[in-house]
Design a protein around this ligand. Structure first.
Ligand code: AMP
Length: 544
């Protein structure tokens, strides 16, 4: 546990929603309190609270027989399903730390995760959205000796004893170790800075503290039905309040398995969903569908949380109109911790204009003093209310370093432990925040984060590319499009097809592929010889 965390612990322990309790204890308590009530509705199967507890025990015993023990790490990359919940909870119970790998991550990302986290097992589906995961898993296993087992949800063939079917990992009896609430619950992945996704270690106590604050903001009760409409390895649908939040109040979590607007609207209609969380692009696709199809019934939907990337005033206005009685809750969220949301009783004007207030807020008395948020200029001086700067923050549920990177990472954290979000924001005198984009270079494409430097590096590895520059170009539908400018090594145009083929071969996640490829004779440079992003943006706008 970090020094700062230890030092402030007595303060944290006095907070209203802070519990010195492991997820294992939460899951047991939920089973006792909510027993036969449905906890999970998913395309593979449904689960009551009691089943969720007993099946995750059995899976934990099975994983333990395989040799997994407290302190180990596991990479989990399953699609949204009951199997995901059971397996995740089994890992929590064993004190094995899961790295939550997005289904879209491929070889490039996985290689760096294997190096940093050294997982003992890698848990994958056989096939999801047309992609077969086992060949990649075997390749990774050959390169990373840490990886003892590949566990597959689905078909396996051959007689490799290190490849095991998930359904076979179960045992009736066994023992669960004592786990520590201040130990790592799971590792979330940061958007990354140079192609290496950084690991965000969140503890049992800090994660559930924030989750319960989010439940409070949403006034969640046992009558709520929460729809997991984003990949469940993301922080937003897991803990803000996400499926863990709705379970904590005894409601039901419904899982979308393929995550399309029609599946989202179908499931809201069929299960009378009351709360869900979407990224702005998905909101706009859902509205388009609602306009052409009146078979959907969204009247049950109490709250639509929208976050992950900038939701501008006009998009928010359109959502407020289209979703009628549903309250739109803007959410600014980071996997590193900080969450800011609008309030249920905020006016339309405020919901349109702001991302909201920080958690906890002044309604919870002294607690707000413990979460410190500053808006600073490039020299880290505070700027007055109403002016834009970078938002930096520190608090009980906000990390103060990335796993394994120590205190030296001054581009992500200040010397005194504030997390630099890299986001451009302002605060009003009333404590409402507005975000307008990035100060750091990261591109946000429909909620997925891409670092230009990472993609540039991949592009330059292609033989025909001599130099490359990548920028985000504002787009009304998806926030930003990825434009790749390249100088070709042989004066011939570099085509989108060959770049796609190259990136696929390199195993780069599909969401990082450029939307446009433009070949230039030379990259425009600033006076100090840096790639001139402003000139590139002008070229992009002229090219369309
Ligand atoms: P992640 O690491 O995937 O949790 O993404 C966190 C980042 O997403 C933030 O630092 C912001 O750049 C962006 N983000 C999340 N929510 C919003 C929002 N409501 N408005 C603008 N940017 C957002």
């Amino acid at each position: 546990m970090k020094e700062r965390y230890k030092r402030d612990l007595s303060k944290f322990e006095s907070l209203k929603y802070w519990e010195k309790k492991t997820l294992s204890a939460y899951i047991k308590e939920w089973a006792e309190k909510y027993g036969d009530k449905t906890a999970v509705i998913a395309d593979d199967y449904d689960l009551t609270y009691s089943e969720m507890d007993s099946l995750s025990d059995e899976r934990a015993f099975g994983l333990s027989e395989l040799g997994l023990k407290k302190g180990d790490t596991a990479a989990i990359q399953l699609p949204n399903s009951a199997e995901y919940v059971i397996t995740l909870f089994a890992l929590y119970k064993l004190g094995v730390k899961p790295v939550l790998v997005l289904p879209a991550h491929r070889e490039a990302e996985l290689n760096s995760i294997m190096e940093t986290a050294a997982p003992k097992v890698y848990i994958i589906p056989d096939k999801y959205m047309g992609y077969e995961y086992l060949p990649l898993a075997k390749k990774l296993q050959a390169q990373h000796s840490c990886l003892k087992y590949i566990i597959v949800d689905g078909e396996i063939d051959g007689d490799d004893s290190t490849v095991i079917a998930l359904e076979d990992i179960t045992a009736e009896n066994g023992e669960l170790p004592e786990t520590d609430p201040y130990d790592t619950l799971h590792y979330l992945l940061s958007g990354g800075s140079t192609g290496v996704p950084k690991l965000i270690a969140r503890t049992h106590s800090d994660y559930m503290y924030l989750c319960r604050l989010c439940c409070d903001r949403c006034e969640l009760t046992a009558d709520d039905v929460y729809l997991v409409a984003l990949p469940c390895e993301h922080n937003f649908p897991t803990g803000d309040p996400g499926f863990l939040g709705v379970m904590d109040v005894g409601g039901t979590a419904v899982f979308c398995s393929h995550i399309s607007p029609d599946e989202v609207l179908d499931k809201i209609t069929e299960y009378e969903v009351t709360v869900t969380a979407l990224v702005p692009t998905m909101v706009s696709m859902c509205i388009d569908m609602l306009e052409i199809d009146d078979d959907f019934d969204i009247s049950s939907l109490r709250i639509l949380q929208v976050g992950g990337s900038v939701f501008d005033d006009s998009a928010a206005e359109r959502a407020i109109e289209a979703f009628g009685d549903t309250v739109i809750m803007q959410v600014f969220g980071t996997s590193e911790g900080l969450i800011i949301t609008t309030l249920l009783d905020d006016s339309r004007e405020y919901i349109k204009k702001y991302q909201g207030k920080a958690l906890p807020d002044e309604f919870i008395g002294e607690e707000c003093e413990i979460t410190e948020i500053r808006i600073v200029d490039s020299e880290d001086n505070d700027v007055p209310d109403g002016e834009y700067g970078e938002l930096i923050c520190k608090g009980p549920y906000i990390i103060d370093s990335y796993y394994g990177l120590g205190d030296a990472d001054l581009s992500s954290f200040t010397k005194d432990g504030f997390y630099r979000t890299g986001d451009k924001a302002m605060r009003t005198a009333e404590g409402y925040y507005k975000f307008v984009g990035r100060i750091k270079e990261q591109i946000n494409r429909a909620g997925e984060k891409i670092m230009p430097a990472e993609l540039e590096e991949h592009l330059c590895m292609y033989g025909r590319v001599q130099d490359a520059a990548v920028i985000g170009v504002p787009d009304p539908e998806i926030g930003n499009k990825i434009y790749a400018f390249m100088v070709s090594a042989d004066a011939d145009e570099v085509t989108m097809e060959e770049i796609f083929e190259h990136l696929t071969k390199k195993g780069v996640a599909r969401y990082k592929f450029p939307d446009r490829c433009i070949t230039l004779d030379a990259l425009p440079l600033t006076a100090v010889g840096k790639k001139d992003a402003k000139k590139l943006l002008t070229i992009a706008e002229n090219e369309g």
